[in-house]
Design a protein around this ligand. Structure first.
Ligand code: FMN
Length: 325
């Protein structure tokens, strides 16, 4: 019988399928449903650095009267940090699978000390979703990267919790970047964050928001980089996120070298019971291929060996066009 047990960021999970951070993971009933349907772990909805900072400023009497300041203050009021800590504690009380807290941040700072409170509240690990859109043409790329290293080093000095960093693919040299994150104490990386993207309404001449849910074909970038990074650095633990909507997609990510696979959009669109279907598919696929454990096939098709490497590397259409009649 196929065993889906997986080790990830120092945790032992019953399945490599994790419920990714989103609105659903802020609701205890839904977390219970995720556990019942076989999720290996849950990543709670993120608390935002701005919330943490504002809470600190509230205590110190800062008075920013801008519209943005107002918005954030209202947001903080509705989502105090104590509520987040209560969510962690509640989740731990109600489910037995690992509970991963999540912080969404853009810079290093005093807010980092909040991670200690999450550790004390019983979080099993912490996922950091770091992203600051680089808009300053006078800033060198390395300055942006240094922000990540600085946050990680600061956090590592504060907590012993397993640390997962969720990143975007907008980096000049991902292999170097993630190798450095690992050297600074990160236990795993999540590839990749999916952003709130702008869209343009050509009739209203207005900027709006693109669909927030991913589509199955959105998994390509994650698949490529999971394969490359896992192949180059087998010690690196990768959680693959974006575009995983089926059991086939889970198997592909594991073959590429992911330790775990996160799902979010598909849970909104098809329901939380999808997790069970994904696990069932992986188990039956493993039986069909006589694999008894995830370790027997994880990374089997990662970047490495001449043939696989060439397929991961080919980024242009030269071959396609030369073969096409
Ligand atoms: C409604 C919604 C809310 C989300 N909230 C968060 C969040 O609070 N923190 C976070 O790191 N990612 C958040 N995400 C991103 C997801 O965790 C995930 O990275 C992204 O949706 C790609 O995975 P998917 O293709 O399985 O949806 C959210 C996504 C959606 C659709």
């Amino acid at each position: 019988m196929a065993d889906l047990k997986t080790n990830f960021a120092g945790l032992t999970l019953k399945s490599p399928v994790i419920a990714g951070s989103c609105g659903l993971t802020a609701d205890i009933e839904k977390l219970r449903e995720m556990e019942k349907n076989g999720a290996g772990a849950v990543i709670l909805k993120s608390v935002f650095e701005e919330q943490i900072r504002m809470d600190v400023q509230k205590m110190t009497g800062n008075s920013d009267s801008s519209e943005e300041g107002d918005y954030l203050r209202n947001y903080v009021r509705a989502n105090t940090l104590q509520q987040y800590i209560a969510l962690v504690k509640d989740a731990k009380k109600n489910i037995n699978i690992p509970v991963i807290a999540s912080i969404n941040c853009i810079a290093d700072g005093e807010w980092v000390s909040f991670a200690k409170e999450l550790e004390q509240a019983g979080a099993d690990a912490l996922e950091l979703n770091v992203f600051a859109l680089p808009l300053d043409e006078f800033k060198e790329s390395v300055e942006t990267e240094n922000v990540y290293y600085s946050i990680v080093k600061h956090l590592r000095s504060q907590v012993k919790l397993p640390l997962i960093v969720k990143i975007s693919h907008y980096f000049t040299n991902l292999p170097t970047f993630v190798a450095k994150l690992k050297a600074f104490g990160v236990d795993a990386v999540t590839l990749f964050n999916r952003f709130y993207e702008p869209d343009i309404d050509i009739e209203q001449l207005a900027i709006g928001v693109a669909p927030v849910f991913s589509r199955p074909e959105d998994l390509r970038t994650t698949l490529r980089w999971t394969g490359i990074l896992a192949g180059k650095n087998p010690q690196l633990q990768i959680s693959a996120s974006t575009g995983v909507h089926s059991g086939e997609a889970v198997v592909k990510m594991l073959l590429a070298g992911a330790a775990t696979v996160q799902v979010c959009s598909v849970l909104y669109e098809k329901g939380i019971e999808t997790v069970q279907a994904l696990n069932r598919f992986v188990a039956s696929w493993m039986d069909r291929h006589a694999f008894r454990s995830i370790g027997q096939f994880r990374g089997k098709l990662s970047y490495g060996g001449m043939e696989n490497a060439a397929r991961y590397e080919r980024a242009q259409f030269m071959k396609y066009f030369s073969d096409r009649k």
